[in-house]
Design a protein around this ligand. Structure first.
Ligand SMILES: Nc1ncnc2c1ncn2[C@@H]1O[C@H](COP(=O)(O)OP(=O)(O)O)[C@@H](O)[C@H]1O
Ligand SMILES: [Mg+2]
Length: 161
């Protein structure tokens, strides 16, 4: 079965992210794949909203990691500019993702070996000017449960699919 949903504009993507926020528990890792401008950051902004994060959520492209305090900490990584996997140690990647928050890793598919065995990969496809398709590829039991719960919430919310 394919796990996926679509959104028809950036706000719908934000709403989908906001529905994921409350489902997250410490140690959850969500890797985000998709071209520049696909909507990875837009989704994480929605997640931040769903976690009650105050203030702007900007892309961590230049600093690789931005931490947002919320109902649980949101660790927002962007590995676009990371050249070597070894640099992940320098930014505390491995300790952080095992920590007390939920981690979102843009371009996480660039370094798949660095991701924990149990993680949810979200592949964002551009399906039209404003239409995006979100494909959920869970690895492991927790990620499978998270994907199913998120999809159910999105469908209940009535987002187009
Ligand atoms: N359905 C949609 N969901 C998310 N973003 C969309 C959508 N339709 C258009 N967009 C636009 O696409 C861009 C997505 O940017 P961003 O989230 O920063 O992408 P990424 O982080 O994948 O590079 C934004 O300019 C946003 O307004
Ligand atoms: Mg981005």
């Amino acid at each position: 079965m394919t796990l996926e949903f679509s959104t028809s504009d950036p706000d719908a993507t934000g709403r989908a992210g906001a529905l994921l926020g409350p489902l997250l528990v410490p140690g959850d890792v969500v890797a985000l794949a998709g071209d520049l401008g696909a909507g990875k950051t837009r989704l994480v902004k929605g997640v931040a909203h769903g976690l009650g994060v105050d203030g702007p959520v900007t892309s961590p492209t230049f600093n690789l990691l931005v931490v947002h305090p919320g109902t649980l900490p949101l660790y927002h990584f962007d590995l676009y500019r990371l050249e070597h996997e070894a640099e992940l140690e320098d930014i505390g990647f491995y300790e952080t993702i095992e920590g007390d928050g939920a981690s979102f890793v843009e371009w996480g598919d660039r370094f798949p070996a660095s991701l924990p065995a149990d993680r949810l990969l979200v592949v964002v496809h551009r399906a039209g000017d404003q239409e995006r398709r979100f494909e959920l590829v869970p690895s492991g039991r927790r990620a499978g449960d998270l994907a199913a719960a998120w999809l159910a919430a999105v469908r209940e919310d009535g987002a187009p699919r």
